[in-house]
Each structure stands twice: as C-alpha cells, then as structure tokens.
Design a protein around this ligand. Structure first.
Ligand code: ZN
Length: 229
C-alpha cells in the first residue's frame, strides 16, 4: 500500500496556522496538502479572506471554508461579539477571547471532512507555551481528542501540533527556517482588530506577536554579528 502523506491543515490565516501550512507544504508537497477554514462569526470576516489568499499562495490542492455561523448562538465571547471589549480580567486564567470548545469543534469537523477525503493527518497550530491559558491548546487535550476521534470514527487520525512546544519567538524562527518569515510577517492576520501584518499594535494578540518577533529579530541580529551568549 502506498504511504498516505496527505494532510489537512486547519487554517485561520494567522501566524501560527500559516507557519504550519508552510511546513506541511515543504515536507509533503503542495499537492498532498489541503486546508480547512472555519467561519464562525469571528469579529473579522477578513480572516476568511486572508486564509483564502494564504491557501492560494501556497498552492494547496484544496481549500474549504466551512460555515459555523451558529457557534455564536451557543457561546458568549468577545471574539464573536463586536460589542464586547477584549480584555483579561485581573486574576483571570485567560482573556475573554477564549471560545469554549473551539479547538474540539474544529478538530471534529476537520476530522469528519478529512475522513471523507481519505486524509489521516490533521495539523493544528496550537501551542501551550506562550498562550494565555486556553485549555484546548494544551497537549493533553489534543492527545485525548485524537484518541476520541479515532474511536468515534474508527479511523487512524494523527493530530499533529508542530508548534506545541514552541514560543512565539521560536515560531518566528521556524517561519524563517522555512523561508517564509517575510510572508508570514506581512500577509497573515493575528490581530483582534483585524489589521493585517504587524496589526493594530495594542490588542493582546498583537502584543504577543510583536514581542516574539522582536525577540527573534534581536536573536538573529546577535547571531549575524557573531555574538554568542
Ligand atoms: Zn491588534
């Protein structure tokens, strides 16, 4: 039997999922890679347009946008409700942008779709390192969900999380090693206020992205000048 190298990348058009996509395309070839994007009433419909452009840029074999518009009917969240201000309450485990069950829902829908296409590998750009305590970004959740999906559909899915142990700085380093640092910096959307590239500069997501980027640039500069700690 031929090895099944195909993979489905959950693509939001942000830094992390775009870096995962670049890596998958480099490792497997664009023809073996498909993407799935979810439209779920997030603040910026622009996300979907960005994801489409990213998928096109990397020449993937297929990109599907799946409508989960009903999601905002069952959860209350700043990311889904434009009237709510994004913040992290003093002492709160995570900012009010956490959407309950999001990665589980995404993985379930992605898995159903992947199985119908005979794709076993699901790639999701979550990381438990730098993040703000989102419970479904943790490795223990992803492993458990992987097992549940395999049992639910009697199918050997592999949920791959290339960024799980990486900080934002290391994710920038990975993008650089894949030759897509500039592309990711200029064409992805991570900002909660919908500003592509470097973003609005003030929301928590921009702050995290910028700090990681600056740390990486500093580190690269030191290396280029031959300076070693
Ligand atoms: Zn921002």
């Amino acid at each position: 039997m031929m090895r099944n190298d195909r993979a489905l990348v959950i693509l939001s058009g942000g830094q992390d999922s775009t870096t995962c996509l670049a890596q998958a395309v480099q490792m497997r070839g664009a023809a073996a890679v498909s993407c799935i994007t979810f439209q779920y009433g997030q603040r910026h419909a622009r996300e979907v347009a960005v994801a489409r452009a990213v998928a096109e840029h990397f020449g993937v074999s297929e990109h599907r946008v799946i409508d989960l518009a009903w999601y905002s009917q069952i959860t209350n969240n700043a990311l889904l409700d434009p009237a709510t201000e994004i913040h992290q309450a003093e002492g709160a485990a995570c900012p009010n942008t956490v959407v309950d069950g999001r990665n589980m829902l995404f993985l379930l829908v992605a898995a159903i779709y992947a199985k119908s296409r005979d794709i076993r590998d699901l790639i999701i750009g979550v990381s438990e390192t730098d993040y703000s305590g989102y419970p479904d970004c943790r490795d223990v959740f992803v492993k458990s969900c992987n097992e549940t999906l395999n049992l639910a559909m009697d199918y050997p899915f592999r949920v791959l999380t290339p960024l799980m142990g990486l900080t934002k700085e290391e994710t920038w380093a990975l993008a650089d090693s894949l030759g897509v640092l500039e592309y990711v910096a200029e064409h992805t959307l991570t900002c909660y206020n919908g500003v592509i590239g470097a973003g609005c500069g003030v929301c928590p997501s921009c702050e995290l992205r910028r700090r990681g980027y600056e740390a990486y640039r500093m580190c690269r500069k030191r290396e280029e000048s031959g300076f070693r700690i």
